[in-house]
Design a protein around this ligand. Structure first.
Ligand SMILES: NC(=O)c1ccc[n+]([C@@H]2O[C@H](COP(=O)([O-])OP(=O)(O)OC[C@H]3O[C@@H](n4cnc5c(N)ncnc54)[C@H](O)[C@@H]3O)[C@@H](O)[C@H]2O)c1
Length: 290
C-alpha cells in the first residue's frame, strides 16, 4: 500500500515531523477561532460518545459542533476517565455521562439521559474503539476468538445498538456518524485486528443507511488519517505510521481533530441532507494516492 511504500525514503525524524505538522495545521486551520458568524447547527441536538481527553477525535467533534450552534451531551468511559473529560465538557457547557458499552444497560442509560436533557436527538457521533492489547499487537491470524469478538462488540456492534436506541428519539430524521480508518479498505501493517473490525463497521454503515433511509436517518463513517490519540498510541509503530502518512498524503501533513470535527459538522448539518451510506475520508488525500 502506497502510504507505507513511499514512506521508507522519508521517515527521518518522526518526532520532529509530528511537531512540525501539528504546528502547521494548527496555524493554517483555526476552525474554532475563525468559526463563521452563523450557526448552521442551531437547534440541533446531539450525543457525542468517546471523549477520553483533549486529544480525542470525539472532543474535536464536540467543540466544532458546539461552535456551530449544536446542543450536546457527551460521554466518557467511566469515573476514571471523567476528570479528564469533565473539564472539557464544562468548557462548552455540555453534560457529561459515563458509558461503557460492554456493561449491559450503559448505552441505553446514556441515550435516555441525552434525550431527557435535550428533549430528543438529531444526531449521534460514535467515536469508540477498543481491542484487547494482546490481540491488537499480534497477528490477526493468531487472534483469540474472545479478543476478536470483544473488539467487534465495542468498536462495531455498539454502533448498531446505539442506532436502535436513538432511532425512536429521532422523530423527524437525523444523522448517525461513526469513525473508521483506511485499514478497513486494505491491509495496513500494524493496524492488525482493527482492520477487519473497521471493514465490518463500514459495511454496517451501508446496511444501516439502507434500513434507516426511509425514516430520513442518514448514516456515515468518517475515516480520518492517523491522529495522535490515546487509542492510536496503543497500536505498534503508530508514530512511524503517522509520519509516513503525513509524507505520502497529497496535503503533506496529518489532519487535526478540528478538521475531523468540521467534516462531522457538515454531515450532520442541512447541507448534507442528500447524503447517506458513505465512508468519507479526512486524511489529507492519503486514500486517493498509490
Ligand atoms: N487516532 C487515529 O489515528 C484514528 C484514525 C482513524 C479512526 N480513528 C477512530 O476514532 C475513534 C476515536 O478514537 P480516538 O483516536 O479519538 O482515541 P481516544 O482514545 O481518544 O478515543 C477512544 C474512545 O473509545 C472509548 N472506549 C473504549 N472502550 C470503550 C467501551 N467499552 N465503552 C465505551 N467507550 C469505550 C475510550 O474510552 C475513548 O474515549 C475510534 O473509533 C478510532 O478507531 C482514530
Amino acid at each position: 500500500m502506497l502510504i507505507l511504500r513511499k514512506s521508507h525514503r522519508k521517515v527521518t525524524s518522526v518526532r520532529h515531523s509530528r511537531t512540525m505538522n501539528t504546528t502547521k495545521t494548527a496555524a493554517a486551520h483555526p476552525l474554532v477561532s475563525s468559526a463563521p458568524a452563523f450557526f448552521p447547527l442551531a437547534g440541533r441536538r446531539g450525543l457525542v460518545l468517546g471523549i477520553a481527553n483533549e486529544h480525542s477525535i470525539a472532543w474535536g467533534c464536540a467543540r466544532i459542533l458546539q461552535a456551530r450552534g449544536a446542543s450536546l451531551v457527551l460521554s466518557c468511559l467511566n469515573d476514571k476517565a471523567r476528570p479528564y473529560s469533565q473539564i472539557l465538557a464544562d468548557s462548552i457547557g455540555a453534560p457529561l455521562m459515563c458509558c461503557d458499552v460492554e456493561q449491559p444497560g450503559d448505552l441505553a442509560a446514556v441515550v435516555a439521559g441525552a434525550v431527557q436533557k435535550l428533549g430528543g436527538l438529531d444526531f449521534v457521533v460514535h467515536c469508540i474503539a477498543w481491542a484487547p492489547k494482546e490481540d491488537l499487537i499480534g497477528r490477526v491470524t493468531d487472534s483469540s476468538a474472545n479478543g476478536f469478538n470483544r473488539a467487534m462488540q465495542v468498536s462495531c456492534h455498539s454502533f448498531a445498538e446505539l442506532a436502535k436506541l436513538a432511532e425512536p428519539h429521532m422523530a423527524t430524521g437525523g444523522t448517525l456518524i461513526t469513525m473508521s480508518y483506511i485499514g478497513a479498505d486494505g491491509a495496513v501493517p500494524s493496524y492488525g485486528l482493527m482492520g477487519p473490525v473497521k471493514a465490518a463497521l463500514e459495511s454496517l454503515v451501508r446496511y444501516m443507511a439502507l434500513e434507516l433511509g426511509p425514516r430520513q436517518l442518514r448514516v456515515h463513517a468518517v475515516s480520518p488519517g492517523p491522529v495522535p490519540t490515546r487509542a492510536a498510541s496503543g497500536l505498534p509503530d503508530f508514530y512511524a505510521l503517522m509520519a509516513r502518512s503525513a509524507h505520502s498524503a497529497p496535503l503533506g501533513r496529518v489532519v487535526t481533530i478540528d478538521e475531523i470535527g468540521g467534516c462531522v459538522a457538515f454531515l450532520v448539518g442541512p447541507d448534507a441532507s442528500g447524503m447517506t451510506g458513505q465512508t468519507i475520508y479526512v486524511d489529507g488525500g492519503l486514500h486517493a494516492v498509490r
